[in-house]
Design a protein around this ligand. Structure first.
Ligand SMILES: Nc1ncnc2c1ncn2[C@@H]1O[C@H](COP(=O)(O)OP(=O)(O)OP(=O)(O)O)[C@@H](O)[C@H]1O
Length: 258
């Protein structure tokens, strides 16, 4: 399976302000199951907009998002539904991804039911148990009936990953998914993501401004600035031999790199 952004652009035109915002400009990117692709760049570089384009939450102004050569914009309802299952989002929990009034089992269970991934409550509960265990929340029964506020930040992030995994995605688009977490908690969540890559073959488009994280987990790195992808390549190449001056600046400014 191959997920691609092909020469994709997104321009926001507000009715009031005169200047349109070119959030993403002619971006081309590839992601595959089993691969950890990172998009790095400073705030406002267009990373989240590109993520939302890949997630089919925004329509491109130009260019296309394609899955195995099929343009998402021209898929029929059934295909598009399948696309939205195969490409899942994990966003930062502070962005309100978890409803504070829903217990863990309900939050994950209703997504499973909505997409017809299980029939009946016993089967749904079984699947919820399975995915909670996959993200290291064991025994799952101890977490099922908790509300988000009864979980730690790292646990909430694991629930979001479990909810995404429940739909059997091939690729997870993670936008600043670990950025708000403390170092040791962050390492734990990243280990879960790496484990899911190995065990389920899921791929990631991982959006972050956190270069030490990229260095640790990424296979392939895209560098964005002002809506454009400046360069991309295997992680080791980008870190050892960045070709763009901006990438060199970004690496030099990163505090925790050895
Ligand atoms: N819905 C929108 N309407 C108008 N402008 C938008 C909209 N969404 C994003 N933008 C603008 O597009 C540009 C890119 O934003 P985007 O959020 O994609 O960047 P980012 O790299 O993800 O930044 P951050 O790391 O701060 O989230 C910014 O100038 C932003 O203000």
């Amino acid at each position: 399976m191959l997920l691609e952004a092909i020469d994709v652009s997104k321009t926001f035109r507000s009715r009031r302000s005169s200047a349109p915002v070119h959030a993403v400009q002619n971006a081309t990117l590839q992601a595959r199951p089993g691969e950890f692709v990172a998009i790095v760049g400073e705030s406002g570089s267009g990373k989240s907009t590109l993520a939302r384009l890949l997630l089919d939450l925004l329509d491109p102004s130009e260019g296309s998002i394609q899955l195995d050569g099929r343009e998402v914009g021209s898929m029929d309802r059934t295909e598009r539904r399948a696309y939205r299952r195969s490409v899942q989002a994990v966003l930062q929990d502070p962005a309100g991804s978890l409803n504070p009034r829903k217990r863990v089992a309900q939050a994950i269970g209703e997504v499973i039911r909505l997409h017809g991934m299980a029939r009946g409550s016993a089967e749904t509960r079984h699947r919820v148990t399975e995915v909670l265990e996959l993200v290291g929340m064991e025994p799952a029964a101890a977490f099922m009936d908790r509300f988000p506020h009864e979980l730690s930040g790292g646990q909430r992030q694991r629930v979001l990953i479990a909810r995404a995994i429940a739909l059997d995605p091939r690729i997870i688009v993670a936008d600043e998914a670990v950025s708000a977490l403390d170092a040791s908690v962050k390492a734990g969540v990243l280990a879960v993501m790496a484990d899911l890559k190995d065990r389920l073959g899921v791929g990631y488009v991982f959006i972050t401004h956190d270069l030490p994280v990229v260095q640790k987990v990424a296979d392939h790195v895209y560098v964005m600035r002002h809506g454009r992808i400046l360069e991309h390549g295997p992680k080791d190449e980008i870190f050892a031999n960045p070709s763009h001056p901006y990438t060199r600046e970004l690496l030099a400014a990163s505090p925790a790199l050895p």
